[in-house]
Write a protein that binds this ligand. Structure first.
Ligand code: GDP
Ligand code: MN
Length: 382
């Protein structure tokens, strides 16, 4: 589970990490009012859970009311890497001399959390990690002992952080690890951690991802997740229906059971020249109403032009699935988007008999089903 920047900043600020003054806004007037209150210059920042907003045009620095209005108008409502922007964070702009990177994540190879520090923070840290990995100092942490103060100092020293801010950066890194540990983080990151001309450090961006399986003991963060889900209608719907769902940018809707099978279907859609519109796993033992909910999900997505249903019956029974598909489709006078079904495994033959071929296209193999769905999607766009 990912927190939004404004939520992660709140969590970091509550723990004592310096953050710029900021206010959330969901319309242009609200954004301008916030900017006036904070005082120019301000940064106006799209609140979507995706990295690289700066490069994608989702962050603008403005100096006066006119610029603020223009920037807020441009960013609110924009499509940023497939995410609809419906809120911006208006934030006191920081006049910085350096951009650092600090982060905590799990190093699966070592089986330990790792603290990372770099003086090459900013928008290109992913490139730095690939092209110049030595520019990121790393310190593994034994979770039984936590991060020793000398480890924080060592990571900061190894990274070559200027002595004038070394103590403050160590302190931020220590706090970040404590948060990561206390809050069941999977990643906690500040990029950039800005250094100002008078040697203060301040978190200009914030990333905090939480281990989903631990949310039951992080009620405060779970609440933030619900609030955040409010951003995308489809993702909110997926939460209500309790589906594992990821919205993508293509036009072939995909429904399957089991993460592996759904991923395979995504790969095949791509293989046959199509573009997946989503990942949707209905899970094991899916009953008729769940199937109907899954169809509702993909039909509600305006990007979807055709749907492929790929079910392998284990616990899930083919006849139940077929019943669900029929029931869901019989509600429509006209089927909104063509649906292709492939059933295999438990009771697939019963399922095939039940399926109403006036409503869906039935294919025997996964390859045929995917190809057919991709063709349907192409036809729509001809
Ligand atoms: P990201 O691109 O999604 O990681 O968003 P960030 O919050 O990291 O912002 C990207 C870049 O925008 C930063 O590296 C800065 O160069 C710039 N930026 C963000 N906030 C400010 C600010 O308050 N002042 C200035 N001068 N630049 C900022
Ligand atoms: Mn960033």
């Amino acid at each position: 589970m990912k927190l939004h920047e404004y939520q992660a900043k709140q969590v970091f600020a509550d723990a004592g990490v310096p953050t710029p003054a900021s206010e959330l806004a969901s319309d242009v007037d609200g954004a301008v009012a916030a900017a006036e209150e904070i005082g120019y210059p301000v940064a106006i920042k799209a609140q979507v859970q995706v990295g690289g907003r700066g490069k994608a045009g989702g962050i603008k620095l403005v100096d006066d009311e006119d610029e603020a209005r223009e920037a807020a108008d441009e960013i609110l409502g924009m499509d940023l890497k497939g995410y609809h922007v419906d809120r911006v964070l208006v934030e006191e702009a920081v006049d910085f001399s350096d951009e650092l990177y600090v982060g905590i994540t799990m190093d699966r190879g070592e089986g330990k959390p790792v603290a990372m520090v770099s003086t090459k923070g900013g928008v290109n840290i992913e490139e730095v990690a690939e092209e110049d990995p030595d520019a990121i100092a790393r310190e593994h942490i034994d979770p039984a002992f936590g991060m020793h103060p000398y480890q924080a100092r060592k990571a900061v020293y190894d990274a070559g952080v200027d002595q004038s801010v070394a103590r403050d950066v160590s302190s931020v890194l220590t706090t970040l690890y404590q948060l990561w540990d206390d809050r069941d983080g999977s990643d906690a990151e500040i990029n950039p951690l800005m250094v100002t001309s008078d040697d203060e450090v301040i978190a200009a961006d914030a990333v905090m991802n939480i281990d989903e399986d631990a949310l039951f003991r992080q009620p405060e963060l779970a609440e933030m997740e619900e609030e955040a889900a409010g951003g995308d209608e489809l993702e909110q719907k997926a939460d209500e229906y309790d589906f594992d769902y990821v919205r993508l940018e293509g036009n072939t809707g995909i429904i399957g059971n089991g993460a592996g099978l759904v991923m395979t279907t995504l790969d095949l859609v791509d293989h046959y020249g199509g573009e997946p519109a989503n990942f949707l796993d209905v899970g094991g033992g899916a009953k008729a109403d769940r199937i109907a909910n899954a169809l509702d999900m993909v039909f509600s997505d305006d990007n979807v032009d055709s749907v492929v249903f790929n079910i392998f019956g284990g616990i899930t029974r083919g006849d139940e699935v077929a019943k669900g598909i029929n029931e869901a489709l019989e509600q429509f006078d006209e089927i909104p988007k063509p649906v292709v079904v492939r059933l295999a495994g438990t009771n697939w033959e019963e399922g095939m008999e039940i399926l109403n071929e006036d409503l869906v296209t039935v294919e025997q193999t996964l390859e045929d089903a995917v190809q057919r769905a991709v063709e349907y999607a192409e036809e729509v766009n001809e």
